[in-house]
Design a binder for this molecule. Structure first.
Ligand code: ADP
Length: 377
């Protein structure tokens, strides 16, 4: 039996398990701790920053992939040196691990990005602010997620604490500063690419964030047919091919008020903006990721319905579990599909999501929001 090894035990690894079962694949997880979301599959527990731990795990599988971007490149290169396939590989993953490297690379290959600079002190930040209308977005290049490590600044003083800790581990020696993009909405484009080159795209989607965390996804993005969809797809295909990404690539985009499409972020793994594909598409992002990392033919990405809306369940109930709410929620919303990550409810935490499809966008959006509301207080 072919065995896929996933580093990281969160919900993304968990959601690879059903398609692995369907395809008759063995899937093993290297989780950060006991009892994580993906512990339904055979799970080893250990530190993904420790070479011996990762090597011991990798020796039990045929291919290594990830549910997060944080495994250090030297460890991945060592796996490759020992003949263990790693997808995406460290050369591509670098651009999802470091936002400054990503901005540099995308600028170099001509992909549209916000105005940006790497800054190491207050004077450089002040100069950027002066050139960009007095406001900017400052980001730590490494280790950020869900808006952590992102801050709007209007003066260099507001960055003093980050500059003071710049040399500490993980900060990368510089901060990324960007123009404060005047965007109409945020979009995401998912593609999947296999090592031998086949590449497929799903329709571009609109993502809505609340406090820096994705709350809803509309698929396909309303009013995107034609130019917007073509630009988004072309950008993601270019990035996947030029950077040699294998597996799923998610490209987070801004649609600006003056009708430009700019790249915000890259993720080289299944992504929250693709959860709708589980119930809305012929091939889900999780199945596609497995097929891609095994270099199997990729599946069709067509949609079952005109619209699918995904709503995240953020925080969950203040008492009890999601399952305690099933009887009422499923009774009220028979068209809704619930995905429960098996995580402890905690304020703001992503503990599950719902997907709903149909032909009337307002109705589908209403059903998704109302169903998600059953699971959060
Ligand atoms: P993370 O990697 O933590 O998710 P992102 O770089 O994706 O951080 O930024 C999180 C959110 O902050 C984005 O979804 C967007 O809403 C906002 N944001 C990020 N960069 C900019 C920018 N240059 N201009 C305006 N808003 C931004």
């Amino acid at each position: 039996m072919v065995t896929v090894g996933v580093i990281g035990g969160g919900q993304l690894a968990r959601m690879m398990i059903p398609p692995a079962v369907n395809l008759g694949l063995d899937i093993r997880i290297l989780a950060e701790q006991e009892g994580m979301s993906a512990a339904l599959a055979a799970t080893a527990v250990g530190d993904y920053r420790d070479l011996d731990t990762v090597l011991a795990f990798a020796e039990t599988v045929d291919v290594i992939t990830f549910d997060h971007e944080h495994v250090p490149a030297p460890i991945l290169r060592e796996l490759q040196a020992r003949g263990i396939p790693v997808h995406p590989g460290p050369d591509a993953l670098h651009f999802a691990q470091d936002k400054i490297a990503m901005r540099e690379k995308l600028s170099e290959i001509g992909v549209p990005v916000p105005e940006w600079a790497a800054v190491t002190n207050a004077d450089e930040l002040s100069a950027f602010l002066a050139d960009n209308g007095g406001a900017a977005v400052l980001k730590t290049p490494r280790g950020g997620y869900d808006g952590k490590g992102v801050r709007v600044v209007r003066s260099a003083d507001e960055a003093a604490d980050w500059f003071a800790t710049l040399d500490e581990d993980g900060r990368g020696g510089a901060l990324l500063v960007e123009e404060l993009v005047d965007f109409r909405r945020e979009l995401a484009q998912l593609v999947a690419r296999r090592p031998s080159g086949q590449i497929v795209a799903w329709p571009v989607v609109e993502t809505v964030q609340k406090d820096g965390v994705c709350s809803e996804v509309f698929a396909p993005a309303p009013r995107s047919a034609g130019r917007v969809a073509e630009m988004a797809e072309q950008i993601a295909l270019t990035i996947a091919e030029t950077l040699g990404v294998t597996g799923v690539l998610a490209v987070e985009l801004f649609e600006t008020t003056d009708d430009r499409i700019l790249v915000n972020e890259l993720a080289m793994r299944p992504h929250n903006s693709g959860h709708w594909t589980q119930d809305g598409c012929t091939t889900s992002q999780f199945e596609q990721h497995l097929r891609a990392v095994l270099d199997l033919p990729l599946g069709a990405t067509g949609c079952h319905d005109d619209h699918t809306v995904m709503a995240n369940i953020l925080g969950g109930p203040t008492e009890g579990t999601l399952a305690d709410r099933y009887a009422a929620a499923l009774e009220a919303h028979p068209t809704v599909k619930v995905h429960n990550y098996g995580k402890e409810p905690r304020p703001g935490r992503k503990v599950g999501h719902v997907n709903v499809s149909g032909s009337d966008l307002d109705e589908v959006a209403y059903q998704a929001r109302a169903a998600a509301a059953f699971f959060q207080d």
